[in-house]
Design a protein around this ligand. Sequence first.
Ligand code: YXS
Length: 258
Amino acid sequence: MAVVITEVNGSIGTITLDRPKVNALSSELIEEIIAALTMMKEQNLRVVILRAKKGVKVFSAGHEISELPTNGRDPLTYNDPLRHLVRTVQLHPCPVIAMIEGTVWGGACELVMSCDLIVAADDSTLAITPAKLGVPYNLSGILNMMKVADMPVIKEMLFTARPISARRLMESGVFNHVVPREHLEGFTHELAMQIVETSPLVLRILKEELRVLASAHPITPEAYERIQSLRREVYDSEDYQEGIHAFIEKRRPEFHGR
Ligand code: YXS
């Protein structure tokens, strides 16, 4: 069942989240968003709007909680669906505008904050919830939010896990624009049209320059997590077990690369 609606209007693509369960970011929903972005990239669209259906109470309830591992595995490693989606948005070659109405929770806040621009209805909120769910948020995810919200604001959002109002998020520079809900679509479309009129080649480079500079750290958290993820492939492998047992049993190991 499709959980995303895609529309193309000239050079503007729109991706509408449409999963019945308050748009919780399941791997299925994430796959469909990524597929929509891929299609829009192939069509050389110049702006993408990411939104929920008109009038929703909840823009997205964040990570699909039932898909969070409970076997001691890190819930947010480099190759997990949400991490892949955030990188796909950040690497998308044209601006992605998050058009928000309703409440945004957990990892959906990072998704929205990883978009290039945020236009929000005046009654929308963001609530970043790892502290509420006991989830050790991952480094690149925290950095993505730090790029958008000043430290005092991101600390309050993380430490309280409480919804923060659109007004405060506008004052803090997290949101680009806050408008009455009834004006949200028109305002966002007008902003998209302004972007469509600029050079797509220059925008592609500017977006990538800003991404690289914003992540320019001695070791980017994303690089660290990627190494961690590669290490996990090894310590979860049969070869890993074989290497240890062969040593203990004083015999030559037989490695099979899996
Ligand atoms: O009881 P049914 O079967 O109808 O299911 C209910 C909820 O259990 C379900 N649901 C979710 N299922 C999976 N993952 C979720 N994140 C999720 N959120 C909700 O959807 C059905 C309708 O929810 P209900 O009855 O609570 O609706 P509501 O309108 O009263 O309240 C909507 C919310 C979003 C305020 C409420 O559902 C809620 O607080 N959801 C959890 C929001 C949250 O804490 N999300 C963080 C997920 S974890 C995450 O994103 C990161 C890993 S982290 O935490 O680190 O940021």
